[in-house]
Design a protein around this ligand. Sequence first.
Ligand SMILES: Cc1ncc(C[n+]2csc(CCOP(=O)(O)OP(=O)(O)O)c2C)c(N)n1
Ligand SMILES: [Mg+2]
Length: 616
Amino acid sequence: MRLTVAQALVRFLSVQFTERDGVRHRTVAGMWGIFGHGNVAGVGQALLEAGPEAMPFHQGRNEQAMVHAAVGYARMKHRLSTLACTTSIGPGATNLVTGAALATVNRVPVLLLPGDVFATRPADPVLQQLEVPWAYDVSVNDALRPVSRYFDRIWRPEMLPASLLQAMRVLTDPVDTGAVTLALPQDVQAEGHDWPDELFRERVWHVRRPLPDAAALAEGAALLRSARRPLIVAGGGVRHSEAAPALARFAAASGIPVAETQAGKGSLRWDHPQALGAIGHTGTAPADAAAREADVVLGVGTRWTDFTTASGSLFAPDARFVNLNAASFDGHKMAGLALVGDARAGLSALEAELADFRAPERTYGVDEWRARTDAVFGGGDDGPWPPSQGEVIGALDAVLGDRDVLINAAGSMPGDLHKLWRSRDPEQYHVEYGYSCMGYEIPAAIGVRLAAPDREVFALVGDGTYLMLPTEIVTAVQEGIPVNLVIVQNHGYASIGGLSAQVGAEGFATAYRFPGAGGDFTGAPLPVDLAANAASLGLEVFTPGSAPELRTALAAARTSPRPTAVYVETAPTRPAPPAEAWWDVPVAEISTRPATRTARTAYEAARPAPGARPRL
Ligand SMILES: Cc1ncc(C[n+]2csc(CCOP(=O)(O)OP(=O)(O)O)c2C)c(N)n1
Ligand SMILES: [Mg+2]
């Protein structure tokens, strides 16, 4: 069949399917794009030619945001389906880099199709081309290599078929997945070629659920059986593998308590008898206490990041680790015994191996923690105004339905949510903390809603985050996607402001204020009206002025058929409980400023001794 390269690409993508547990999904269910030279005549024309049935299209406003939307979508689909993103050459292409890194860090599949310079070089440099005098085959798209799990540049039509198959392999691989980039020189996109019919037959990519090796499984089960104070740490792999029911069963049967990382939060319902809640620097008192005294830790689908391990200080040096993970790389962390396999299959196998095992009964103060959470959530309709951030979270807890999704990524809210949120469904807690990227929230909300049209979606958006990437609001309005934003105004970076004060940087340039007399940003708050801004972009905006009005506004937003924003100014009163565990952010060793010197002294006193870290 004779088609252009771009037409062949779109046609191929429209007949790819992913299968797991007998259910089939379109592997690439749609495409986001912004057109410029580099894709307008190639992929743009091919989409027109193919029509929306073959490839649904979403008009993006910012290329980074398009990738975030694709990640939100793919995560909600348990990585069994994703979206592609097409861009022009140059700035449109490099705007993908942050989104690609986020996808790859979180191991979520996205297909990136940046336009590229001419392969035939009739008139270099073309508009927006960066020339590298000593490496003439380099373009700005090479910046996508380190943030992609698969990268290729289609210099000639003949290269396309094999590369497409590799791209699909990586998109559907539970371990290798992340951003997949096919850079498409613009002349090649428009070039005609004779393709084998075989390229366009339906293909099904089966997603494996491998069992860990039997000997390793037996050793892991024996270690857990020997434990006096075992603990399970549930990570993002539990969700990707849809292993939440298997985990709930195993925890209930074995009595082993469960703590959750950011990506793993919601693996257990908050009121499951074995649920201890969040672990690590943003953890709950019960989970961090259990981690400190654990003798055997079963990590399930976790990368063991610094927030989870409290920068390596949380677990006892002689604690033993068993890591059930699809990725051998993560399975071997913490000097652990690697059970390389699928989370759901592995948990069911462990449950069978440990059928007669019951962990010794221990209590970790869960009831006390629940009372502390209630206190932070505040007095409901009798609460003060303006509310604290915890009271806003409490209002959301009261208004959201069990299947609603709550999205966040950066600022002070991920920490508060990790500690406080009471997840009622494995899909409810959608916090992107692998890359913690300001600006993920709004486009991700669109992606999640596209993936799950039967769920209400709320994105918690800090004022700093809103200002960074509000652009996709317009896409939600255009397509009538009824996402709900909760814009939390605190006039700058509450999170980094707090961190700055702690590390002796005196809050420097972290508040959104006019310059003060000394030239720093300590003057009056800025006269910026984000509610008016959101309304001007087409959202239905609510501006509650009391605690009861906040709940009414959230409920009205929830049922509105339009995309909405609830705008709320918060007060830094009644904060969430302080950190139970360390996080290492080094403080300047040399300073003329007393605040920095005091912070350095405190840092040196608090910094755990090297011997306190687990074996690595
Ligand atoms: C793209 C990006 N740039 C910078 C940061 C570093 N950072 C983390 S939180 C934060 C401030 C967030 O401000 P806001 O959204 O208002 O939330 P708040 O801290 O006030 O809760 C910054 C700058 C980041 N996470 N992402
Ligand atoms: Mg803020």
